[in-house]
Design a protein around this ligand. Structure first.
Ligand SMILES: NCc1[nH]cc(CCC(=O)O)c1CC(=O)O
Ligand SMILES: [Mg+2]
Length: 353
């Protein structure tokens, strides 16, 4: 720090004219700090902004009525019965969050080896979609397509001889996507990472006349430790046998992410997603720069839990960390973020005007 009269320059109480006559300690023509000297100046040169339009809000569902169940590893996030999910949909509308995403906690009695409940047109997700669309037809609804909330083994696909079957699983995923779309879901989001599922789902939707239903592909989804709290939330943590490394991507790779994204685009994805978010911002940037597609990132449960836990312990300023983390996705090139912070962040954005 430059020192004048024995005190830091910043603390001098001299007038501007006196300052001009004093020769600076460093002979600098370029002083980047000029553009940061006041809030108005910082606003003028700010490159990225976060708005409520950038947020997709994931909700967890559970059977019952008037029920909200806390999720221990995700402080501030609850499992919601259908009626409570409708209340949160109303909150999303008021906060001008464009879209919510639905994830069911399936009653263990309804789980089986094949994930049969996934294709039940009256399952918890479909009932919730109908209830929300009836009240709030203008709110976007995204439904996750994968079998893990419905299988007794917690995997995203069918298993034979200890292997996850690709093509057989895709056939079930198409049926799952169709019951969701027929219930009124706007965006089908396959998160299973089977090969060829985007093309098969697109074909199924089109054949059924559901031409306007969009597909947001979890195109580059990594086998990640950061999904831990989500698996608590949907009740697959205890039942999951082994890991998902034969279908989800290796965290060491990013060229492979580009190949996965390219395939999903060629198969008909309208939007692509990178997941998890914060540890994979480099992948978000590469995907956006390479394909110029609507690109989303999922700030997953473990990322939420880290910030929420540190904030809960008073170790960091939770609100500031939340906003900084969300803005980072915009800086990396994302068009939007799925985040459990969505309602809280939207409230702050509204308060700021
Ligand atoms: N396939 C299901 C699915 N969809 C979204 C997530 C994780 C979301 C989160 O952690 O917030 C997962 C879990 C997984 O793949 O094991
Ligand atoms: Mg793929």
């Amino acid at each position: 720090m430059a020192i004048k009269y024995g005190r830091p320059i910043e603390l001098r109480e001299i007038s501007r004219r006196d300052g001009a006559t004093a020769s600076p300690a460093l002979d600098l023509t370029v002083r980047p700090r000029r553009n940061r000297k006041a809030e108005w100046a910082r606003r003028m040169v700010r490159e990225n902004v976060l708005t409520t339009d950038d947020l997709i809000w994931p909700l967890f569902l559970i059977d019952g009525n008037g029920k909200r169940e806390q999720i221990a590893s995700m402080p501030g996030v609850d499992r919601l019965s259908v009626d409570q999910a409708v209340r949160e949909a109303e909150r999303a509308m008021k906060l001008t969050i464009p879209c919510i995403a639905l994830f069911p906690y399936t009653d263990p009695s309804l789980r089986d080896e094949e994930g049969t409940e996934a294709t039940n047109p009256d399952n918890l997700v479909c009932r919730t979609v109908r209830a929300i669309k009836k009240e709030f037809p203008d709110l976007g609804i995204l439904c996750d397509v994968a079998l893990d909330p419905f299988t007794s083994h917690g995997h995203d696909g069918l298993i034979a001889d200890g292997k996850i079957l690709n093509d057989e699983t895709v056939a079930v995923l198409v049926r799952q996507a169709l019951v969701q779309a027929e219930a009124g879901c706007d965006i089908i989001a396959p998160s299973d990472m089977m090969d060829g599922r985007v093309a098969a789902i697109r074909e199924g939707l089109d054949r059924t006349g559901l031409l306007d239903v969009q597909i947001m592909a979890y195109a580059a989804k990594y086998a990640s430790a950061f999904y831990g709290p989500f698996r608590d939330a949907i009740g697959s943590a205890k039942t999951l046998t082994g890991d998902k490394r034969t279908y989800q991507m290796d965290s060491a790779n990013s060229d492979e992410a580009l190949r996965e994204v390219e395939l999903d685009i060629s198969e008909g994805a309208d939007m692509v997603m990178v997941k998890p978010g914060m540890p994979y911002l480099d992948v978000v940037r590469r995907v956006k720069d390479t394909f110029a597609m609507p690109t989303f990132a999922y700030q997953v449960s473990g990322e939420y839990a880290m910030i929420a836990a540190a904030a809960g312990n008073g170790w960091l300023d939770g609100d500031r960390a939340m906003m900084e983390s969300l803005l980072a996705f915009k800086r990396a090139g994302a068009d939007g973020v799925l985040s459990y912070f969505a309602p809280k962040a939207a409230e702050q954005l509204k308060a700021q005007g």
